[in-house]
Design a protein around this ligand. Structure first.
Ligand code: MIC
Ligand code: SF4
Length: 651
C-alpha cells in the first residue's frame, strides 16, 4: 500500500505516518519510526542498559522510558538483587523511571498509568503489544533495539501488512476477551500474523473494555503479528478517567473506507469458552468438547489476565466455594493497584477463604518463576504461552483459559465449561482506581552524581568480530517448525537470574532440546542450526541470539524466522539464512560440514548464496533476506561492532 493523504487511512497508517523518521509506508520496505516511550524489565533491561552505556548515550531522549522489576524477583541468591541494584542505578543516571519490585507487571502498569493513545511504545518484551488496547502503537523488540530507541534513534522494521479484524455482535455470558484472543489464534495459528499488524474495528468494540482489549492485544504476538491496535474511543476515555488520566485521552480511529490487506470478521455472539491445549497457543478447542480433564494446578494472573475486572470476577465466582482438594490454586494480581482494590473490596478475603495462594504482583508462574507443576501435571493458566517446559516442569501440560473457566474449574477440580455455573458475573469498576505511583522512582536530574552499581552478576558485554569472507562449520542441530525462544533459552528462575551474565547463561542454550549443545558448540568454534518455519517465535529475549553467538554459532538456516528473533540475530552478527527450497532442509544431517562465501562489501541485501554441503558433496541455495542496514551490521559482526568500527557512539 502506498501512502497518500487523500486516501482514507487505517489507524495504524495514521500513527506510523505521524512517527515516520525514515522510509515510506510501502509494504515490505524497511521503515524507521520515532519512538515516544520505551520499557525494559529485569529480564531484558540488564542487557539493554549495558548496551545503552556501550553505545555512549548520556541520557534517554524519549518522552518517557521505564525499567520494571517484575520477572526476576525470586531472590534465592544475590543475583536478582544485584540485577535490580544495577537497573536502579542505571535508571537514575540515564533519565529512566524505575518501577520497583512489588509495583507489578510492566504491561499492566503501562496500561494503567503510562499508555497514551496515538503514541509509539517500544518495549524489550514481546507482550509490549498490550499497549495497543488504548490505541498505542506498541511493539516488542530485542534489548539492543530498545537501547538505540532510548537514545532517540528510530526503530526499524519492515512495513507490515495491516489485517483488519472486524468485530460484530457482543460476547455471550461467560465468554470473555480471552476466548476472543484464542479464537484469533485458532484462525491465524502461531504464524498467520507474521509480517502484519492486527487492527480492530466494528460495532463489537463497544462491549470490550480497555482491559478486555488488553488481553486481546497481549496475545496478538502469539500469532506472530508485530502488534495489534484498537481505536481510542469512549471506552478508552472511560478507563483513563478512572485512572485520573483523562488529559491523556485522544480520540483515534481509522478513516471510513480505509483499505486493508485482509479482513477477518468475527461475530462475537457465536464464540464459546475456549482453551489452548498443550503445547501451543494455537491448539485451540472448545472447553465444552474437552472438559472433564482432572486438573492439578490452576494459575490465574500474568500480563494477559490479571486486571481488576479479571480478579474481581474470579473472587465473585469463588465466593462461598473452596478450591477442589486436588487443585493448587494460585493467584497473582497484575499490579499493586489491582491488589489494593481487591483488598479494599474484601475480594482478597474471599480468595484466601477459597483456598487460593496469593502470589506476589509479578510475572511469576507465567515464566516458570515458581509454581512449576508436578511431573506430568495438568495446569490451567490464564497466561499466554504454553510452550513445552515453560512452566519449569518439562513434562507439565498447560492449558490456556479465561479467568472464568479457570475459577469455575478450580471449584470442580477439572476443566469445566463455566457456562454451567449460573448467571454471569458483572463487575462494577471503581469510580477512581487507587492511584499511588510512589513505587515508580524518578531519575536523577542531569548532572547529579550517579554511580552505576555493578555486583558480580553483572558481566561485561562480549565483543564480536566481523565475519570472514568464507564461513564454514558443522550442522549443530536440526530442528522442526515453530522453534520457540523458550526452546533456545529456557525460562525459569534459575536461568533468569543469569540474564546479566552471558558466559553463565550460555551454558543453558538449547538446554531442554539438547543439553550437550553448549559444550559442543564451544568446541566446534563455528556452526549452523538448521530449522523449519517460524524459527524463534515467542519472546524478545535477545540472549537467544547473543548467547549462541558467544558460543560460536555462525548462523541459522531456516525456512522462515519470527520477526523479533531475526532482528536479534542481525544485531549480534548471526546470519539469518532462509532456504530457497524448503525441501533442501531434509537433506541436511547433524554433523555435516557446511560452507558459504561472499561476505564482503559487494554483498547485497536479499542476496542468494550457495551453501556447499562438504560431506554430501552437494549444495543448496539460501537467501539473506535482510535490509541494507542489517547487512552492514552483519558484515561488521553486529550492531555494537558496527558502531565501534565507525569509531563513534550512535549519537
Ligand atoms: C516471556 O513472556 O517469555 C518474557 C519473559 O516476558 C519475554 C522476555 C524475556 O524472556 O526476556 C518476552 O516475552 O519477551
Ligand atoms: Fe511476564 Fe508472562 Fe507477561 Fe512475559 S508473558 S511479560 S513473563 S507475565
Amino acid at each position: 500500500m502506498t501512502e497518500s493523504h487523500s486516501l482514507p487511512q487505517s489507524l495504524t497508517h495514521k500513527i506510523m505516518a505521524a512517527h515516520l523518521a525514515e522510509g515510506t509506508l510501502d509494504q515490505g520496505t524497511e521503515i524507521g519510526l520515532k519512538i515516544d516511550q520505551t520499557l525494559v524489565h529485569d529480564a531484558t533491561g540488564q542487557m539493554a542498559l549495558l548496551q545503552f552505556e556501550a553505545l555512549g548515550f548520556p541520557r534517554v531522549l524519549t518522552s518517557r522510558s521505564l525499567t520494571y522489576c517484575d520477572h526476576n524477583i525470586l531472590q534465592v541468591g544475590f543475583e536478582n538483587a544485584d540485577d535490580h541494584a544495577f537497573l536502579a542505578s542505571c535508571a537514575r543516571r540515564f533519565g529512566i523511571y524505575f518501577s520497583k519490585t512489588g509495583n507489578g507487571i510492566c504491561h499492566q502498569i503501562n496500561i494503567e498509568r503510562f499508555s497514551i493513545p496515538g503514541q509509539t511504545l517500544l518495549g524489550a518484551d514481546s507482550h509490549t503489544t498490550t499497549g495497543g488496547a488504548v490505541g498505542e502503537l506498541a511493539i516488542g523488540a530485542g534489548g539492543l533495539d530498545v537501547a538505540v530507541a532510548m537514545g532517540g534513534e528510530p526503530f526499524f522494521l519492515p512495513m507490515p501488512k495491516i489485517i483488519q479484524i472486524e468485530l460484530q455482535g457482543s460476547l455471550p455470558p461467560w465468554t470473555r476477551a480471552k476466548d476472543l484472543a484464542l479464537e484469533i489464534l485458532r484462525i491465524l495459528t502461531v504464524s498467520g500474523g507474521r509480517g502484519s499488524i492486527l487492527e480492530f474495528s466494528g460495532p463489537g468494540l463497544k462491549g470490550l473494555s480497555v482491559t478486555d482489549r488488553a488481553t486481546v492485544a497481549n496475545m496478538s504476538i502469539e500469532t506472530g503479528a508485530i502488534t495489534a491496535v484498537f481505536p481510542s474511543d469512549d471506552n478508552t476515555l472511560d478507563f483513563l478517567t478512572r485512572q485520573d488520566r483523562q488529559a491523556d485521552y485522544v480520540p483515534l480511529s481509522a478513516d471510513p473506507g480505509a483499505a486493508y490487506d485482509r479482513t477477518i470478521t468475527i461475530d462475537l455472539s457465536l464464540l464459546t469458552p475456549l482453551a489452548a491445549a498443550p503445547h501451543s497457543p494455537d491448539k485451540v478447542a472448545r472447553v465444552s468438547e474437552i472438559e472433564g480433564i482432572p486438573v492439578d494446578q490452576i494459575a490465574i494472573g500474568s500480563c494477559t489476565n490479571s486486571s481488576f475486572t479479571d480478579l474481581m470476577t474470579v473472587a465473585e465466582i469463588l465466593k462461598g466455594h473452596r478450591a477442589h482438594p486436588r487443585v493448587s490454586l494460585v493467584i497473582a494480581p497484575g499490579s499493586r493497584q489491582v491488589l489494593l482494590e481487591l483488598a479494599k473490596r474484601g475480594a482478597l478475603t474471599t480468595l484466601v477463604a477459597a483456598g487460593a495462594r496469593i502470589m506476589e504482583v509479578a510475572c511469576g508462574f507465567c515464566n516458570g518463576v515458581g509454581q512449576a507443576p508436578k511431573t506430568d501435571g495438568i495446569s490451567l493458566r490464564t497466561s499466554n504461552r504454553n510452550f513445552p517446559g515453560r512452566s519449569g516442569t518439562a513434562s507439565g501440560n498447560l492449558y490456556l483459559v479465561s479467568p472464568e473457566t479457570a475459577a469455575v474449574s478450580a471449584i470442580y477440580g477439572q476443566l469445566t465449561d463455566p457456562r454451567k455455573f449460573g448467571p454471569a458475573i458483572k463487575v462494577t469498576l471503581p469510580e477512581k482506581f487507587e492511584i499511588d505511583d510512589s513505587l515508580v522512582l524518578p531519575p536523577a536530574e542531569a548532572g547529579q552524581e550517579t554511580p552505576i552499581v555493578r555486583g558480580p552478576n553483572i558481566a561485561p558485554l562480549p565483543k564480536f568480530s566481523a565475519p570472514k569472507e568464507t564461513l564454514s562449520g558443522p550442522v549443530m542441530l536440526t530442528l522442526g517448525d515453530n522453534v520457540t525462544t523458550d526452546d533456545i533459552l529456557p525460562a525459569g528462575a534459575h536461568i533468569l537470574a543469569l540474564r546479566a551474565n552471558i558466559p553463565a547463561i550460555s551454558r543453558y542454550i538449547f538446554h531442554n532440546v539438547d543439553p550437550g549443545y553448549p559444550e559442543r558448540q564451544k568446541a566446534a568454534g563455528s556452526g549452523f542450526v538448521v530449522a523449519g518455519a517460524n524459527y524463534g517465535q515467542g519472546s524478545s529475549r535477545e540472549h537467544a541470539a547473543l548467547a549462541p553467538r558467544y558460543l560460536g554459532l555462525t548462523g541459522v538456516i531456516a525456512e522462515s524466522f519470527a520477526r523479533i528473533h531475526k532482528a536479534n540475530l542481525c544485531n549480534f552478527g548471526l546470519l539469518p539464512l532462509e532456504f530457497l527450497n524448503a525441501s533442501d532442509r531434509s537433506k541436511i544431517q547433524p554433523g555435516q560440514k557446511l560452507s558459504l562465501s561472499g561476505f564482503n562489501a559487494s554483498l547485497k541485501p536479499g542476496a542468494i548464496l550457495t551453501v556447499k554441503n562438504l560431506d554430501s558433496d552437494s549444495s543448496f541455495e539460501v537467501k539473506l533476506d535482510v535490509s541494507a542496514r542489517q547487512l552492514n551490521m552483519l558484515l561488521a559482526g553486529g550492531l555494537l561492532a558496527f558502531q565501534a568500527a565507525k569509531g563513534q557512539p550512535l549519537t
